[in-house]
Design a binder for this molecule. Structure first.
Ligand SMILES: Cc1cc2nc3c(=O)[nH]c(=O)nc-3n(C[C@H](O)[C@H](O)[C@H](O)COP(=O)(O)OP(=O)(O)OC[C@H]3O[C@@H](n4cnc5c(N)ncnc54)[C@H](O)[C@@H]3O)c2cc1C
Length: 426
């Protein structure tokens, strides 16, 4: 007997991944249930950034809380002499935005509510899948049945399995929202990466580099975040905190009132693509959808959820389709061979960057942002075709100085394996 709580799809989780796919499935007129560990209306812990063009193309710019036109990075060494070339900003010429996280959440929740998605509370604990149905049992003993389970429980998913691929590179950051004795960046500015390092001693400059991600939030408030690229093992929070204070002190900047401190945020960057032959589907962090170079995912969730939902709705028209067949359809839509190839290339690139010393990284990013805007933007948002991505990476290579080219050429660690995955995705 099928219980009352039987749906076409049961989505696990209540983060952006879960809500994006639940909303998209509900728009396909499927019966959708969501099992969330907490209230799905609870505010998310993070605020999500996105490039302006991405939200414009999705028609969702009204979901932004802030939008910056003056977007820059610094790849010089820096100097206390303000007009020095070492302080020269690289102007990106592209808008950047921060989602109003409440509006973004509401955008997906409204679609779910309008389509009568059923909400359940609890921690998914056990999964049984047979030829007809999947059954999830919660830690409190609630049993929910669905034709397909979508595990969107984040980077350490409860059920989705992935192959082992070695150490996971983790991006760490330490951030503050605060007021300062003098503006730490120019009025109305967004800084994607400030790699200036004149606040560090030469021995500190030999350690893994960090950069400042910063924005003017208006009304005298600024968000500053000292960040490391993905590293294995990751950089400690203490180190990042110290680096941020050194950076500020060097320029005579002091925090006058601290509104919020972001402690210990960890983002795994090079997660392996999960096994594509399992009888449940993943979505979001659980499905390794985070961009290995940028750490971003929300744009990708918004673009990919409707596509996956459409294909699943079509596969579900066959009433005899098993959970394994439905999941296979979902996985092949989410991770077609070209996207898997691109993922291998991105992860290959990240492996290289993890080994770069500070001056190589600054030169690397200088060359990267010298690429035509369409190429670097497409690279960072994962919106280039495979051929375009290869062309962009090749242009980047040939236009780089020799220290960067040498760094890109030497093969170490799992780089050969990743190149093999690019040639022959499993
Ligand atoms: C610090 C940080 C900053 C980021 N910044 C950006 C950014 O600026 N832009 C961007 O695009 N991306 C960003 N990302 C990447 C990505 O968008 C986020 O990590 C996003 O939160 C991932 O969404 P998710 O739904 O897959 O996972 P999560 O947000 O981790 O949500 C997982 C959900 O699953 C639930 N859950 C867990 N276990 C169970 C269980 N057993 N049963 C039921 N529910 C369960 C949790 O309660 C939670 O609701 C950032 C990530 C981090 C860590």
């Amino acid at each position: 007997m099928i219980s009352e709580a039987y749906t076409d799809a049961l989505v696990l989780g209540a983060g952006p991944g879960a809500l994006a796919i639940a909303a998209a499935l509900s728009q396909e007129n499927l019966r959708v249930g969501v099992l969330a560990a907490s209230d799905p209306r609870e505010p998310w812990p993070y605020t999500y950034g996105i490039w302006g063009q991405e939200v414009d193309e999705l028609g969702l710019s009204h979901l932004l809380e802030h939008r910056w036109v003056d977007t820059v990075s610094y790849f010089g060494v820096g100097s206390l002499e303000p007009n020095s070339d070492a302080n020269k900003p690289t102007k990106h010429g592209r808008d950047y935005g921060l989602f109003d996280k409440k509006k973004l959440q509401q955008y997906w929740l409204k679609q779910c509510d309008d389509a009568s998605v059923s909400w359940h509370r609890g921690l998914a604990d056990k999964l049984d899948v047979d030829k007809k149905i999947s059954t999830v049992t919660t830690d409190q003993g609630l049993t929910l049945k669905a034709r397909l389970v979508v595990d969107a429980t984040g980077y350490e998913p409860v059920f989705v399995k992935a192959p082992k691929s070695g150490p996971i590179a983790v991006q760490t950051c330490y951030g503050v929202v605060a007021r300062f004795n003098q503006p730490p960046l120019e009025k109305g500015q967004f800084v994607l990466m400030d790699y200036r390092c004149d606040h560090l001693s030469s021995s500190e400059r030999a350690e893994p580099p960090t950069f400042l991600y910063a924005m003017d939030m208006g009304k005298g408030r600024f968000f500053l975040e000292e960040t490391s690229l993905g590293l294995a093992p990751p950089l400690t929070l203490e180190k990042l905190q110290k680096r941020l204070h050194q950076r500020l002190e060097n320029r005579g900047i002091k925090i006058t009132s601290l509104e919020h401190e972001e402690l210990g945020l960890f983002l795994p960057m090079n997660l392996p693509i999960p096994n594509l032959d399992q009888p449940i589907l993943g979505f979001g962090g659980s499905a390794a959808m985070v961009h290995p170079a940028s750490g971003y995912m929300v744009g990708s969730l918004l673009r990919r959820a409707p596509r996956v939902a459409k294909e699943l709705a079509s596969a579900m028209k066959n009433e005899n389709a098993s959970p394994a067949e439905l999941a296979a359809k979902g996985w092949s839509t989410l991770w077609p061979p070209d996207l898997r190839r691109k993922q291998a290339l991105y992860q290959f690139g990240l492996e290289k960057l993890m080994r770069f010393e500070e001056s190589q990284l600054r030169d690397f990013f200088n060359s990267f942002f010298d690429l035509p805007k369409k190429q670097w933007y497409g690279f960072l948002t994962n919106t280039l075709s495979l051929n375009e991505l290869v062309r962009a990476m090749w242009s980047m290579f040939v236009n780089s100085p020799w220290n960067v080219r040498f760094g890109l050429m030497g093969m170490q660690g799992r780089e050969i394996k990743l190149l093999w995955k690019f040639l022959k995705p499993q």
